[in-house]
Design a protein around this ligand. Structure first.
Ligand SMILES: Nc1ncnc2c1ncn2[C@@H]1O[C@H](COP(=O)(O)OP(=O)(O)OP(=O)(O)O)[C@@H](O)[C@H]1O
Length: 325
């Protein structure tokens, strides 16, 4: 669907995209990155609205440098910022956008009604947009991106400004764009957690560079990290420390449970190389006379991808991870 090759965009003071090479197939793909990571810049280049400084990109097999108009005919776009006229109704606006995309009047009206029903704005469709809530406005923007029945849509921060209920509703609609209509989706967000549930594939960019591109299941697959928590006893007032030392003496790969989390001081993380690691933990705990509170496999979270990145932009990444819950 989308392929970029060493794509760069330089503004006088900042490099928004830095030699980005990525392939995106059909389905729902999340483009994740902190504010300023380059998500909107990439979308504008892919739509042929802004020229790249270097490199090349294709959307649906069309070169963005020369085939912008053809791409925009086949691709829907939901921009990040509010761009809706307050005095017209959702129906008038979406029909207008459908006509701009080349649909004849009758088809434009029919597609508008279908699309507004899909985004659940059917009852309110004749009211002026100025009186709509943020969630309703986001859904009008989504409707105009879908009305000309594109093969692919770019949704730039569609959950921005929504409360948790509105966000869940929007994520459900996005998922159904693909399942009900077969339209592929590229959706951007700085909220990592929400894309975990919605997307088949996630592309993470940071400072305009590709950090990772893989299927959502690869991001969240079960790892071989074991989290172990034990009780303290009279013999071992710090049971965790005693267990750590005993396991290290037996050659296990042990780390502390990570700072900042409640109870993390009492957690040990072990790399489980095989079933024997489970036996080793159980036997060591029993040998020390400690109680085993829990021993469980840890799952990766998408946000962990940020913790492996370099120090640059660390604060922004923390913010993004913090909002990701
Ligand atoms: N027209 C422009 N002129 C100069 N700098 C720009 C321009 N557009 C974007 N930038 C800069 O390029 C970088 C990437 O911006 P971009 O809008 O693509 O990020 P983003 O990931 O979409 O973040 P956000 O969600 O905040 O929009 C930022 O540092 C931004 O300030």
């Amino acid at each position: 669907m989308i392929a970029t090759e060493s794509l760069s965009k330089r503004f006088p003071r900042v490099t928004a995209l830095d030699r980005l090479s990525v392939d995106i197939g059909p389905g729902v793909t999340g483009l994740v990155g902190a504010n300023g990571a380059g998500k909107s810049t990439l979308i504008k280049i892919l739509l042929g609205l802004s020229p790249a400084s270097e490199g090349r990109a294709e959307v649906l097999g069309l070169d963005v440098a020369t085939k912008g108009a053809a791409i925009r005919e086949r691709v829907g776009y939901m921009p990040e910022h509010d761009c809706l006229p307050p005095d017209v109704s959702a129906t008038e606006f979406v029909v207008h956008m459908a006509r701009m995309s080349g649909l004849p009047p009758t088809a434009a009206r029919e597609r508008t009604a279908d699309t507004l029903r899909h985004v659940r704005l059917y009852e309110e469709r004749y009211r002026p947009i100025g009186g709509y809530s943020t969630g309703m406005k986001q859904r009008v923007k989504l409707a105009q991106a879908l009305v000309h029945d594109p093969r692919l849509v770019f949704l730039d921060e569609p959950t921005n400004g929504l409360d948790p209920v509105g966000r869940d509703e929007m994520l459900g609609l996005i998922r159904r764009i693909h399942t009900d209509f077969g339209i592929s989706v590229l959706v951007t967000s700085h909220l990592l957690g929400e894309l975990e549930r919605t997307c088949d594939h996630v592309v993470v960019i940071d400072g305009g560079k590709l950090l990772r591109s893989s299927s959502t299941t690869d991001f969240t697959q079960t790892t071989t990290t074991l989290a172990v928590e034990v009780t303290d006893t009279d013999d071992h007032p710090d049971g965790t420390k005693a267990l750590r030392e005993a396991l290290l003496a037996r050659g296990a790969d042990v780390q502390d449970g990570g700072a900042g989390l409640p109870g993390a001081g009492h957690l040990l993380l072990l790399t489980a190389r095989s079933e024997e690691t489970y036996d080793l933990v159980r036997d060591t705990v029993a040998g020390l006379g400690l109680g085993l509170v829990r021993m469980e496999q840890r799952r990766h979270h998408i946000s962990e991808v940020f913790t492996t990145a370099d120090e640059q932009g660390d604060q922004q990444r923390k913010e993004a991870v913090g909002h990701g819950g």
